[in-house]
Design a protein around this ligand. Structure first.
Ligand SMILES: [Mg+2]
Length: 363
């Protein structure tokens, strides 16, 4: 990565993952990415490279699989990132075979071609956070997300206030500065600290707080007590989980990660569940390469026709150094990421750089 990313789950300095390329009977191909996130993913890279990859290859070779169905797992549950990779590759294959952008196979007739994004702010102190916020605004990005929960709340509060001040200085009116700063605690607070933080978020006009506490039932309870909307992210592991979560009063927003919730088809299904339940939603990347990131961009664009979509966490390409796939794609312009009319998700990993990266030792 270009710089370490500090969250309540620890410090992220590098990403390891694998690409899956699937060739269909017609000769069309599709690419997917599985990059387990240390501290968040139940599976490790070692487990994926162990027997899972072999199982997958033998099952894909023999089974009839469609773009939204996975091969059978002979009784064991597939690791989430592998499900995301296979589903993503199959959706890419389907779209490539039909010659249409992936968004079009996810929601036929998706006419939109861009999605509003937020900037991820990870500055360690208030000055850095203020500067990063101004930089985001300069780049046309109007929503910033600050990672909190890795340090005591009073230290995070100063960082959050710095972002709000930067927003207020550049906004034409006070109203315009409200609801443009969101926080992500990654479940790092206990209930008492979350209550303290949310009370101050109410005063600051924070857009939403993601995973204030790790337990979604406790997060929902906090959501009921405060005006600031509460979003759940880590608990959104599947369509089934999403159906359960929207049954909890106080869960206001669902965060959808195609990389771990079952792939791009499942992501759109979860957006539908959210909208039907009167909740907002947004899609985020998994701090992955262009393959995973552009799959998420297409899912966000496809789901946009359903309504309820907030700015999405997809402007993360610059965090990867180097991005072996699709570095030039998905760069936000005026706060939006656009896709072209190219088929699939538009990313084919460059084989030379794949060989180069595969030869690196992970730190
Ligand atoms: Mg999050």
């Amino acid at each position: 990565m270009t710089a370490p990313l500090r969250t309540a789950n620890g410090e992220l300095t590098h990403r390891s993952g694998l690409f899956i390329e699937i060739t269909g009977a017609s000769g069309a191909t599709g690419w997917g990415e599985a990059s387990p996130y240390p501290g968040l993913s139940p599976e490790s890279m070692e487990e994926l490279m162990g027997d899972w990859v072999g199982r997958l290859a033998s099952q894909l070779g023999s089974a009839e699989v469609g773009p939204s169905t996975l091969p059978g797992s002979d009784g064991r549950e597939w690791p989430p990132t592998l499900v995301g990779a296979v589903s993503g590759a199959l959706a890419d294959l389907d779209a490539n075979g039909s010659g249409v952008p992936m968004a079009d196979v996810l929601v036929p007739g998706s006419s939109a071609s861009s999605v509003e994004v937020n900037a991820l702010i990870d500055g360690l102190d208030p000055d850095a956070v203020g500067q990063q916020t101004l930089l985001a605004l300069d780049r046309g990005i109007g929503v910033v997300k600050i990672k909190v929960g890795a340090r005591p709340w009073h230290q995070d509060l100063a960082r959050v206030q710095a972002a709000c001040t930067a927003m207020a200085t550049s906004a034409a009116s006070c109203d315009e500065a409200i609801g443009r700063v969101r926080l992500d605690a990654n479940g790092g607070w206990d209930v008492a600290e979350a209550r303290r933080a949310l009370a101050e978020c109410d005063e600051l006009g924070i857009e939403l707080v993601e995973d204030p506490v790790a337990d979604p039932v406790a997060a929902a309870q906090i959501g009921k007590e405060f005006a600031t909307p509460v979003a759940v992210d880590a608990p959104v592991t599947s369509l089934y989980a999403a159906q359960h979560l929207v049954g909890l009063d106080g869960v206001d927003v669902l965060v959808i990660k195609p990389a771990v919730c079952g792939g791009p088809h499942a992501a759109v299904g979860i957006a539908e569940v959210a909208v039907e339940a009167g909740r907002d939603w947004f899609v985020t990347s998994f701090i992955d390469t262009g393959v995973g990131r552009m799959t998420a961009v297409h899912a966000a664009i496809a789901g946009g026709s359903l309504g309820g979509r907030l700015a999405c966490g997809l402007a993360t390409g610059h965090l990867m150094a180097p991005d072996v796939a699709g570095a030039s794609l998905g760069v936000p312009i005026d706060g939006h990421i656009s896709v072209s009319a190219a088929p699939g998700h538009g990313v084919t990993p460059d084989r030379d750089s794949l060989e180069l990266i595969a030869s690196w030792e992970s730190p």
